[in-house]
Write a protein that binds this ligand. Structure first.
Ligand code: TXA
Ligand code: MG
Length: 352
């Protein structure tokens, strides 16, 4: 298959482009598109065969449900059985935006789209091109992140091209995404809302609307008895090829310890990489050092993390060390993804 890549920023014939992309979806094809979080791999959410194509293109297990993207609030009522008042309040607060709600699904949504579950995850993205595309596609676009399963989510159209060229009909290129980590997922099917995946809409922001909110305990540890409630969170996503370790603690101590290990690794013939704050990046003696932005700027780290992980793979890095980031705001989502990339391998240096 020939994959067509089309720019959507400042495009004069944008309506035509969207009509063309929408027609691909209506005909059962796949189109990758930009959102404010990461690029999505879109298909018709109400068409079983389209969802099957999505799983195949990603190499994703079909028990891992897809998020349904909508462009109008009313459309939520067509694909859900029950919209509790809290869902209305939360969507008033966070839609369009990086926020996904899990609700009971209606019969219109095929089980293939929801990975066999009787619930459906729904999001209205805060991105003009995404909204125009969803409208042109008929209103219901199933879209996981547009990466091959197990790779970091795409934050540039180029990343989508690397993973999906030849497998899908079209890629809409909207440039670099604004946020860089996937949406917050909130399960609203129980008595208390539960965060299944942290994102830039934080626990505190949700609590201000809902009063109560919990976080899925399985997210914070590897040895939890229960599997994570979002099926996708159990897979080892975002994994670079290199062995990765996070070191947390006083920054000069972390730097010293990482440099000590780098020396041994390089002597052992490893190709080494480091993820560091801008302030300390130049002080590491690694083959490849990546700055994730100024210390304390968790938004910058979110925007760059997935690109950095992909670049380590391209560079053939075999051992990676990362400084830990603060868990303020979106920092919680950054640490969640970083921990997954490292297979939860984090060490805490003595903090006196
Ligand atoms: O920011 C995002 O959410 C991006 C963009 C493209 O919108 N999409 C995205 O989709 O991250 P994906 O498929 O890569 O991640 C969806 C996650 C998976 O972990 C999946 O298991 C979970 O959402 N999920 C989907 N439907 C669910 C449901 N009904 N119940 C529980 N978890 C669900
Ligand atoms: Mg994904």
């Amino acid at each position: 298959m020939n994959t067509k890549m089309i720019l959507v920023n400042d495009q004069k014939n944008i309506d035509e482009v969207m009509q063309e992309a929408g027609a691909v979806i209506k005909a059962g094809g796949l189109v990758a598109f930009p959102t404010e979080t990461v690029y999505g791999l879109g298909g018709d959410a109400l068409n079983e065969a389209s969802s099957e194509k999505i799983y195949r293109a990603k190499g994703r297990p079909s028990d891992n449900p897809l998020i349904v993207h909508i462009s109008r609030w009313e459309d939520l009522l067509l694909i859900t059985r029950e919209v509790p008042p809290l869902a209305k309040q939360l969507s008033d607060a966070f839609w369009p935006g990086p926020f996904t709600m899990v609700l009971k699904k209606s019969d219109r949504v095929p089980l293939t789209t929801t990975g066999g579950l009787d619930t459906v995850a729904v999001r209205m993205p805060g991105h003009q091109a995404a909204l125009a595309f969803i409208k042109a596609a008929g209103g219901f676009v199933a879209a996981p992140s547009a990466n091959t399963s197990g790779k970091p989510s795409p934050t540039l159209a180029q990343h989508v091209w690397e993973d999906m060229n030849g497998k899908i009909e079209m890629i809409l290129d909207g440039g670099a995404v604004g946020i860089g980590v996937e949406s917050t997922i909130l399960d609203l099917t129980g008595e208390v809302p539960v965060i299944l995946r942290p994102g830039s809409v934080t626990e505190q922001m949700i609590r201000e609307v809902s009063g109560k909110v919990e976080t899925d305990q399985a997210l914070s540890s590897t040895d939890s008895e229960e599997p994570p409630k979002a099926p996708g969170m159990k897979y080892r996503h975002y994994a670079p090829k290199g062995r990765m370790t996070i070191l947390s603690g006083d920054s000069s101590q972390v730097m010293e310890e990482i440099n000590r290990r780098l020396k041994a690794d390089r002597e052992a013939g490893e190709k080494t990489g480091v993820i560091a704050a801008e302030e300390s990046a130049s002080r590491y003696h690694a083959d490849v050092v990546k700055s994730a932005g100024a210390r304390g700027d968790e938004g910058a780290a979110a925007r760059q993390l997935y690109r950095i992980l992909r670049e380590f793979d391209e560079d053939g890095v075999t051992v990676i060390y990362s400084e830990a980031f603060s868990s303020n705001g979106i920092g919680q989502a950054v640490m969640n993804r970083l921990l997954k990339a490292a297979g939860h391998h984090i060490e805490y240096l003595n903090e006196e």
